[in-house]
Write a protein that binds this ligand. Sequence first.
Ligand SMILES: [Zn+2]
Ligand SMILES: [Zn+2]
Length: 189
Amino acid sequence: MNLQKANEYTSKLFSTNWVTWVHEGTKPAENNFEKSANALTGSFSKHCAMCLNLNGCCFVKEKCPPKPLHPNCHCYTIDIPSITARAESPIEKFTKYIFAKGNSKKQLFELWGYDIMNSQYLQKEFINQAKLSYSVGDYALDRLDDYGQRINIEIKLKRKDKEGYVTFQSGWMVYPNGKIILTTPYGDK
Ligand SMILES: [Zn+2]
Ligand SMILES: [Zn+2]
């Protein structure tokens, strides 16, 4: 990160207003298994899966799912001073998805000079960039469903085939307490 970028980042960091989504009386879903359990619970109880799976998730004020989310939604948000962003990405998103035989994205990444041997590098790069961006609210809301809120984050990669960079959108699922997990390395948006 150059100095100008670092300054930008710092000023954003201090001007970002965070909120936590609260669905009172239930435990936030920390992993995919618990999200699935909530989605199931939502199908037969009075609790709604969407709200159960937003519980504990952090958003910047101006990019938060709408409240109330539906009639009789009792969810609310509380202001929090900041978040400790954490980004995770399974290595398989690269080894078994992007670089899977026949995946059209494989050709794209290879065109930019990346192959399956670079999976670990890409994993690290995605995690670092997404963590930084999310921590200053640089994301866009994407689909919200029974599993929760997905967000898009821009990834910028240095081309290895020639000078310059490529930028594209990656998709992440929001988890409680500042955690996001990569769902789609390369979105078509
Ligand atoms: Zn609800
Ligand atoms: Zn609700």
